[in-house]
Design a binder for this molecule. Structure first.
Ligand code: TXA
Ligand code: MG
Length: 353
């Protein structure tokens, strides 16, 4: 594929420099690709109304054309302009959660190119809660289609360096605002099903959706490539690190014991073992020759979500051949973390007492 020079512009996350924003908007207006921060992860943006520009996203990511993109708007008032009708439920949700990490799947509007929706009758839309993303959409003057700014199947980028690792030379510009504050991708909620259905758990918790909607389904099934894929991101083995990952679920003590036993065996077999733990867990592995990444769990799972992908990338970079990861429960952001780790494990999940 064609390589180009990627221009990197550092930009303040709270008060973005209008000149840098204008420069990025011009790239988008010419059909180019700009990686930019959102509150969840970095996105790889193109003009959502320009089918050719949208095709470039798929090429740069190595993403199959059957996987549709999220359209990012500056506000819900932009929906009618692209022909997307807002059902009453979407209005309620938008009032409550936008700007923020909630993506709504709605019937596609006529101005949305089929390249964006992978030929499908629905479109995913969201209003990101990041000053840089919002300023960029406004300056561009059109909605921005953006998947996470990683090679297809890799971990989503929560820092500019992650974007460069995957896409340097394949994108025109990168706006670097430092680490993204949420760290896991948006919750994808379908409003075209009889009951609103979470297709991908993410930054807005199931509990907070239930509080507003009363009833929410979670498509609990992890789809394989052979099956019909309601949300193609729900493909197994998405979000994968390079090393083989095993996820341990159960009560903390039993999980740590099982992980310890497995680590001892793997090390004895000559494997280089990486552990994904919560702060405070590492003492259970003292004396073992393993690489540890501990993520923050004090006072809720916000810290853990923010650090998750950076920790997994760090284990990959350390050259480990096997990753043992613990589960963080299903409450709040725990569900999104469990979802990403389950996919990274490609079904390799150990359930203990
Ligand atoms: O937080 C996020 O959502 C980030 C930032 C950049 O906004 N974006 C992101 O995009 O994670 P991506 O493309 O990596 O994941 C979007 C997910 C995929 O699982 C895709 O299959 C699903 O949303 N999706 C997109 N359009 C859809 C549609 N019309 N119906 C069902 N699922 C859809
Ligand atoms: Mg992605």
């Amino acid at each position: 594929m064609l390589t180009m020079k990627t221009l990197i512009l550092p930009i303040d996350p709270t008060a973005p420099d209008p000149t840098a924003i204008r420069q990025a908007a011009v790239v988008l207006q010419h059909g180019g690709l700009v990686a930019f921060p959102t509150e969840t992860v970095y996105g790889l943006g193109a003009n959502a109304l320009d089918a050719e520009a949208v095709q470039r996203i798929f090429a740069a990511k190595g993403r199959p054309a059957y996987d549709p993109l999220i359209v990012h708007l500056a506000g819900p008032e932009a929906l009618p302009a692209v022909g997307v009708e807002i059902p009453p439920l979407a209005e309620t949700l938008a009032a409550q959660f936008w700007p923020g990490p909630l993506t709504l799947v709605l019937p596609r509007g006529p101005r949305i190119p089929l390249a964006v929706t992978a030929g499908g009758p629905t479109v995913a839309v969201r209003v990101p809660a990041h000053p840089v993303a919002l300023a960029l959409i406004r300056a561009a003057g059109f909605p921005i289609a953006a998947p996470s700014a990683n090679r297809f199947g890799h971990l989503s980028p929560t820092q500019a360096a992650h974007v460069l690792d995957d896409l340097e030379g394949h994108i025109d510009m990168l706006l670097d605002s430092g680490p993204t504050p949420v760290g896991v991708e948006s919750t994808v909620l379908s409003l075209v099903t009889p009951v609103p259905t979470i297709l991908r758990p993410g930054g807005v918790s199931r509990e907070s959706l239930v509080a507003v909607l009363g009833q929410v389904d979670v498509s609990g099934h992890v789809f394989t490539a052979e099956e019909v894929v309601p949300s193609p991101g729900a493909l197994e083995q998405h979000y994968a690190p390079r090393a083989r990952l095993t996820l341990y679920q159960g009560s903390r003590q039993v999980v740590l014991q099982a992980m310890h036993a497995a680590a001892v065996q793997l090390v004895a077999a000559g494997q280089r073992v990486g552990l994904l733990l919560a702060e405070g867990d590492a003492v259970a592995f003292a004396g073992l020759s393993v690489t540890v990444q501990s993520i923050e769990t004090a006072g809720g799972l916000e810290g853990a979500a923010r650090q998750l992908f950076t920790a997994l990338r760090a284990l990959d970079r350390a050259g480990v051949t096997a990753i043992l990861a613990r589960d963080f429960g299903a409450r709040g952001l725990g569900l999104a973390i469990r979802d990403r780790l389950t996919r990274a494990a490609a079904g390799n999940v150990v359930k203990v007492g």
